[in-house]
Design a protein around this ligand. Sequence first.
Ligand SMILES: NC(=O)C1=CN([C@@H]2O[C@H](COP(=O)(O)OP(=O)(O)OC[C@H]3O[C@@H](n4cnc5c(N)ncnc54)[C@H](O)[C@@H]3O)[C@@H](O)[C@H]2O)C=CC1
Ligand SMILES: CC(=O)C(=O)O
Length: 354
Amino acid sequence: MGDMKKTSSLADLGVDADIGKSIFKNIYHAVMDTPTKSYTTKITIVGVGNVGMAIAHTILTQDIVEELALIGTNFDKLQGEMLDLQHVAAFLPRVQIQADTDYAITARSNLCIIAAGSRQNPRESRLDLLQHNLKIFTSIVPKLVEKSPGCLLLVVTNPVDVLTYITWKLSGFPPNRVIGSGTNLDSSRFRFLLADYLNVNAQDVQAYMVGEHGDSSVALWSSISVGGVPILSFVTNKSEEFEQQVLENIRKKVVHSAYEVIRLKGYTSWAVGYSVANLARSLLRDQRKIHPVSLLSKGFYGIGDDIEVFLSLPAMLGRSGVLSVAQITLTDVEKERLQNSAKILWEIQRQLNI
Ligand SMILES: NC(=O)C1=CN([C@@H]2O[C@H](COP(=O)(O)OP(=O)(O)OC[C@H]3O[C@@H](n4cnc5c(N)ncnc54)[C@H](O)[C@@H]3O)[C@@H](O)[C@H]2O)C=CC1
Ligand SMILES: CC(=O)C(=O)O
């Protein structure tokens, strides 16, 4: 394994790399030799299963990085995935892709995404994965931090909220630099289902799921709008009781979505790939966009200062990570459900003794 090449290029075949320069007229020589390394943006993805590869693929389509490093446990699988992605080169922006079991290739990453670990079987909840994935994180996080001490950490592995808390503890990073993908995905599912019901474009639906990325997630009905029109007035011509039932069914469908996809195809991948690539763009391109992501939530929306949990709240994301948390006016019921979600996660964390 040690002798094997980490990238596939003409140089591996013994072809002189300088030959490329001779194809071009020499007046551009100085420009071609200018080192570009210090200006590159680099993402590392740990875990090259269904989710890690969906994220990698989507990131390549977004033109947000110059370097991508893939880390896993199976060297042949890594090399196969790397080659398959490299063969996209003719169709997408130029990205240097590396893959290895050795974290040396992750050095100086701007963003490290963790999608390694077990996924749910059809009858398991996300929280059932905790013990196994916790162990994996204790080996992954310190290595990422050692190689990229200034990076942002973005956790995807489930249960994502508790593992984001654990990543924060293991990394020693300030909380703004440790983020969980959280309910960014649930919110996309929510917007899709609302758009489908209202027969509008999902991109015009502004709607958030917050709290745990899991069974206790909370739909923020009071703040939903479609093209600037609050949803509750959008549907006033229908009976209120009927609407409440429809809306509650949509919420249940969002919570059940992952279970349904896992029952049907064994895992979820494409939607989380887009969700995480979208977060990566907002972070690395300093977009100051609002996303519901898992962040250190103590003190927000009545969550006690003593409850040190990560759960999803709508937050502004930029190059420094979480820049601020949106102050949405919640109803008493929404606030109560959010605080309940925090308590569920807090109880689980307390049992971990970390
Ligand atoms: N937060 C979210 O919205 C979502 C989270 N997930 C979670 O993502 C995780 C991954 O799911 P899949 O990709 O479907 O699973 P998978 O089984 O296809 O892939 C997991 C990968 O992790 C790798 N891995 C295990 N230990 C590792 C280590 N120490 N270092 C590096 N790689 C390691 C495995 O070799 C495997 O390739 C699961 O926990 C799943 O529940 C899945 C969908 C959405
Ligand atoms: C598996 C998972 O967390 C999801 O698709 O929401």
